[in-house]
Design a protein around this ligand. Structure first.
Ligand code: NDP
Length: 330
């Protein structure tokens, strides 16, 4: 079976040459194990962090070992009483066409309840990140203004919709006019700002958020987030979810000092990782599934095809080639 390994730790922007392909035999099944065939692979910005050997909340990938990410797979054979062949499961899998795993670490998913890909997006890590980040850390209130960076991506499209469900004025920042059009027409955003064609971001944010920003849901960090600081309201909250604009930096950035802004506005900034909410995942999934079923939430996916295209799909995240959740169908 084919496997994709980390060949080099990327320097700056990752490249195709940082990955390599090997083949290996699939071992015999033992008791409690299942043989899986990968169906969908999630590629995520946070994998960039695991490709470095810097200390983080999650261990780095080993060189010449397979990359691991969230996947949906089909059970081909089972020696576990919990699964039968033909079932579909989700969990963390190596980037392999087929593999044998301990059944304990996997959850069955029902293709009749939602399309299989949804379990890696709106009903998976992406949806949960949007939901807990906004509701728990953002502490949103009806009538407030929510600003979202990375607004057309997997997490951002969900955050904006939840903001609208909660009765907020919602403004998004994204990198193309087409994405701005999409977040407004498909995801209910009231206003959008294309950061690639806007000269003065602080001014553009002031215009789109005439009452200032109460909650800033930050997926990108860097200069965009610095411009937001000029527009935060008294007692505002910044949800530090991601910082994709600096993941490939090789030097420490010359950063704006955020403290004076936060002091002046009694404003808070809090980071989080979705694993912090592990015990509350079922509650989050239940809420997201309910909104989805009632037609209050929609989702967008960019699906690339073919096992060999997984590394390219990952690289494309840093070029903004996705709308909504980026996935690879095998
Ligand atoms: P996205 O679907 O949002 O994909 C990444 C998007 O980031 C691209 O489409 C691109 O859109 C934008 N982007 C890329 N480079 C830059 C840049 N230099 N400046 C500004 N925008 C850029 O990914 P996810 O929704 O999966 O993740 C969004 C963020 O949330 C990431 O930072 C990720 O690390 C974080 N995250 C955090 C979690 C947590 O537990 N804290 C869990 C999951 C995700 P555009 O065209 O608009 O530039």
């Amino acid at each position: 079976t084919k496997t994709i390994n980390l060949k080099n730790r990327p320097k700056g922007k990752p490249e195709l040459s940082d990955f390599d392909f090997t083949t290996s035999e699939v071992p015999e099944l033992k008791d409690g194990e299942i043989l899986l065939k990968t169906t969908y692979v999630s590629v995520d910005p946070y994998l960039r962090g695991r490709m470095s050997d810097a200390e983080s909340y999650i261990e780095p990938f080993e060189l010449n070992e397979p990359i691991v990410s969230g996947c949906v797979a089909e059970v081909l054979e089972s020696k576990s009483s919990n699964f039968s062949s033909g079932d579909f499961v989700t969990g963390m899998l190596e980037w392999k066409e087929k593999q044998v795993v301990n059944a304990e670490n996997f959850r069955k998913v029902d293709p009749d309840q939602a399309p299989l890909s949804a379990y890696l997006g709106i009903l998976g890590m992406t949806g949960l990140t949007a939901y807990f980040g906004l509701t728990d850390i953002g502490k949103p209130k009806e009538g407030e203004t929510l600003l979202v960076s990375g607004a057309a991506g997997a997490v951002g499209t969900v955050v904006g919709q939840i903001g609208k469900i909660l009765g907020m004025h919602v403004v998004g920042i994204a990198g193309t006019d087409e994405k701005i059009e999409m977040i407004k027409s498909e995801f209910g955003y009231d206003e959008g700002i294309n950061y690639k064609t806007t000269e003065n971001m602080a001014q553009a944010i002031a215009k789109a958020c005439p009452d200032g920003v109460d909650v800033y849901y930050d997926n990108v960090g860097g200069e965009i987030s610095e411009a937001v600081l000029f527009n935060i309201n008294k007692f505002s909250r910044t949800v530090v979810c991601g910082a994709i604009s600096v993941y490939n930096n090789t030097e420490l950035p010359k950063s704006t000092s955020v403290q004076p802004f936060l002091i002046k506005k009694s404003s808070s900034m809090q980071g989080f990782v979705i694993f912090d909410y592990k015990d509350r995942h079922p509650e989050g999934i239940e809420q997201l599934a309910d909104w989805l079923q009632k037609g209050k939430l929609h989702y967008e996916e960019t699906i690339q095809e073919g096992f060999d295209n997984i590394p390219q799909a990952f690289l494309d995240l840093f070029e903004g080639k996705n709308k909504g959740k980026m996935l690879v169908k095998i």
